[in-house]
Design a protein around this ligand. Structure first.
Ligand SMILES: NC(=O)c1ccc[n+]([C@@H]2O[C@H](COP(=O)([O-])OP(=O)(O)OC[C@H]3O[C@@H](n4cnc5c(N)ncnc54)[C@H](O)[C@@H]3O)[C@@H](O)[C@H]2O)c1
Ligand SMILES: [Zn+2]
Length: 375
């Protein structure tokens, strides 16, 4: 893959039926939010959901763009962080939608990272049995993954994303300039999903990452545009063919996520929460190791994957050695368990993965050994 020039705007069609929609990627794209929305909805009212960190940075831009297109937008702000993906916070959002008199024709715009997209998407899916919504992601995680594909959810104490809906937005608007204010930690966390897409689908894209580590880490604008676009292309192609995760194709996007979600839950319980992407990074280390011990992947390919994760400054181990039983318990409560059987996405090669349900306990043990360290 070559690195193209930063064009003014890139559009990736997300071809889900019956309502395909575009993902619009543009530096400064937030300024066009109102016009893009006005083309699609007539309502005078709209709501914008954001978090306390994003609000002072980008809410005014979004509100001004909406006002400029004749909307009277209400702003709803929730605390930042994963804890906002809760039923309590959802209730707060419903109250705010009611107060803003959001009817069935009024859109909800989510402005923030994956937490805001997941929470707001689920609120939009369920308020009045569904109102129009738009994803304006502002983290790399949300740009390359969470904002596309229509998975919306809040968490339940027994696990992540257990309460949710498939609900597609009217469009996704990625303003890549918003990434300039993202912390290094959050930026790197987003790269985990990009590595994931490369490992499961695209060997050439994997090599591109390995060859462009510096440019990617320095957030070079042309590189960023290419990175986001290519990720959305991969995700959109998967989602268009298996929106509801029925054929097994979309399940491939869970590479690294079974162990990853368990690490994420365990770290949160310890009051030392990890970013989703960090947990996925360590989870991919486990999945790569499992792919080797189960005889599917060459050792050298697994080491290349683990090496790339490390080069992006992502964790390759989680400080949870000795807590394997707890992680197993969380994994079996995970919704990816089918008929009591743990299923894992394993890599057969870099660029190709398969969903397996004949998982031997020793493979999981080997995966955990590789990705856990003493605290
Ligand atoms: N629906 C899906 O398909 C899907 C896919 C992947 C991940 N997810 C979910 O996404 C969530 C993780 O998303 P995330 O990593 O974006 O987390 P997040 O939404 O918590 O954002 C991370 C942090 O960055 C801050 N932030 C956001 N944009 C910023 C900006 N432009 N500048 C400065 N700070 C900014 C936020 O306030 C927050 O503190 C998880 O809950 C995960 O389950 C969902
Ligand atoms: Zn993820």
């Amino acid at each position: 893959m070559n690195t193209p020039e930063p064009g003014p705007e890139r559009i990736v069609p997300v071809d889900v039926q019956p309502h395909p929609y575009p993902a619009i990627i543009a530096p400064g794209g937030l300024a066009g939010l109102g016009a893009a929305l006005r083309k699609r909805v007539k309502s005078p009212r709209a709501a914008v959901l954001t978090d306390e960190n994003v609000r002072p940075l980008y809410a005014e831009q979004a509100l001004a763009a909406l006002r400029g297109a004749g909307f009277e937008p209400a702003l709803i702000t929730v605390p930042a962080g994963e804890s906002s993906k809760s039923l309590e916070r959802l209730a707060f959002v419903y109250d705010a939608l009611a107060a803003a008199k959001i009817d069935r024709t009024s859109p909800l715009v989510t402005l923030g990272g994956g937490v805001i997209g997941d929470l707001g998407g689920f609120a939009a899916a369920t308020w009045l049995r569904g109102i129009p919504f738009v994803q304006c992601p502002t983290t790399l995680e949300a740009d390359v993954d969470a904002s596309v594909g229509g998975k919306t959810a809040v968490n339940h104490p027994s696990g992540k994303n257990l309460i949710g809906a498939f609900y597609q937005p009217l469009f996704v608007l990625v303003d890549t300039l918003t990434l300039a204010t993202l912390s290094d930690r959050d930026y790197r966390a987003g790269l985990a999903e990009s590595i994931k897409h490369a490992v499961i689908q695209d060997a050439e894209f994997f090599d591109w990452h390995a060859q462009n580590v510096e440019r990617i880490l320095s957030r070079d604008p042309a590189t960023l545009g290419a990175l986001v676009e290519h990720n959305i292309r991969i995700k959109a192609a998967v989602v268009a063919r298996d929106e509801r995760e029925t054929t097994g194709l979309r399940a491939l996007l869970n590479f690294g996520h079974t162990v990853g979600h368990a690490i994420e839950t365990a770290m949160a319980r310890r009051g030392a929460p990890w970013r989703h992407g960090e947990a996925v990074a360590a989870g991919m280390v486990a999945a790569a190791e499992m792919s080797v011990v189960s005889g599917r992947l060459d050792r050298s390919a697994a080491e290349k994957i683990i090496d790339l994760i490390a080069r992006f400054g992502l964790p390759i181990t989680a400080p949870l050695k000795g807590h394997e039983a707890e992680l197993m318990e969380v994994m079996t409560a995970d919704k990816k368990v089918a008929a009591g059987k743990l299923r894992f996405v394993l890599a057969d090669a870099i660029g190709h993965a398969t969903l397996y349900d004949d998982i031997q306990p020793e493979w999981i043990e080997a995966g955990l050994r590789r990705c856990l360290a003493v605290s």
